[in-house]
Write a protein that binds this ligand. Structure first.
Ligand SMILES: Nc1ncnc2c1ncn2[C@@H]1O[C@H](COP(=O)(O)OP(=O)(O)O)[C@@H](O)[C@H]1O
Ligand SMILES: [Mg+2]
Length: 307
């Protein structure tokens, strides 16, 4: 694979269930070294897309390329380089963590070093000889990641890996995910319905809504799309508001005592000059960064202007 060949590329990938369209002509692009967060609420089509990426389901239209190879043509060759965790992983509860890994190792004919290697990455060495039935949810999830990492894949696909975890389990999972590109050179696609989580782990984001990809780009690009809000308080709100509107700044009043202006940070001094030059006293002029959550709802709303 060339350095610039995308790790994942889909073209018009589409999946229908009867008349319902679960995945609607999506063009995913994931490059090497990214932690690509696939963000969308429940029912958006994340799991279906992931199943299509792994060849577990067949698209009605479009195709999947992994490492520059067509999935349909080179399925086995490709999937040898991919580790995955989808929905609820199942284990042999009466076996230990190590024994569960051993089952997989033999099936896939991997070297015996592989078990200790993956146990160390997910930090389950100390619990390796306990039965999985006694594992916490977080430990089970880490064991599932250990299985995904067996065979040293180039790409790991994780479907909502923090579901059902307690806060400390979630924190550990985030750190583990972030370490994969950094320490092992693995590209990660991870799905989530939690915006706050995505902000903390992703380098790139794809936002899926009702089967359609509303946005795809870097986390920074996503944040730049949002106009920051600037909070202003002055000695005369009414005059300030008229003035700003006359200069084409979108402005609203907040709690009858402040103005909110949508403008870029670089326009702040322009706004300040405008107010001062017109004899107003400016008490406060503060830019506020838009959260990913506000942005997400703006994108979704943009898609459905009538509702
Ligand atoms: N096997 C199936 N048969 C019929 N409809 C399905 C099936 N699997 C998923 N769906 C529907 O497809 C849509 C997307 O589901 P899914 O991919 O599971 O979303 P997500 O993982 O984002 O929650 C949902 O409306 C869901 O009800
Ligand atoms: Mg799902």
């Amino acid at each position: 694979m060339e350095a610039h060949t995308p790790v994942i590329r889909t073209r018009n990938l589409t999946k229908r269930y009867g008349r319902k369209i679960a995945v609607d002509h999506i063009n995913l692009l994931v490059k090497r070294g990214q932690v690509y967060a696939f963000l969308g609420e429940n029912g958006a089509g994340k799991t279906t897309t992931i199943r299509l990426l792994l060849g577990l389901q067949h698209p009605n239209e479009g195709d999947v390329e992994l490492f520059g190879l067509n999935l349909h043509k080179y399925r086995l060759e490709i999937l040898r380089r991919v580790g995955s965790l989808i929905e609820f992983p199942s284990f042999y509860g009466h076996l230990t963590g190590r024994e569960n890994l051993e089952v997989i190792r033999r099936l896939r004919n991997l070297s015996s070093n592989e078990i200790d290697r993956v146990l160390e990455i997910v930090r389950l060495q100390d619990a390796a000889n306990f039965r999985v039935a006694h594992y916490s949810q977080g430990m089970k999830q880490r064991l599932a990641i250990a299985i995904a990492l067996m065979g040293n894949p180039d790409l790991v696909i994780l479907d909502e890996p923090t579901n059902g975890l307690d806060p400390s389990g979630i924190r550990e999972m985030r750190e583990l995910i972030r370490s994969l590109p950094r320490d092992l050179g693995i590209t990660v696609l991870v799905s989530s319905h939690l915006l706050a989580e995505v902000e903390q782990i992703a380098t790139h984001v794809g936002i899926l809504h009702r089967g359609r990809l509303l946005f795809q780009g870097s986390l920074e690009e996503l944040k730049q799309l949002a106009q920051p809000q600037i909070i202003i308080s002055t000695n005369n709100l009414h005059t300030a508001k008229k003035l700003l509107s006359a200069h084409h700044f979108p402005v609203t009043t907040k709690d009858d005592e402040k103005l909110i202006v949508h403008a870029t940070t670089s326009q702040i001094s322009e706004i300040q000059q405008l107010l001062i030059n017109n004899g107003l006293q400016v008490y406060q002029l503060t830019p506020q960064e838009v959260s990913l959550e506000e942005l997400y709802f703006a994108l979704v709303h943009h898609q459905e202007p009538s509702t």
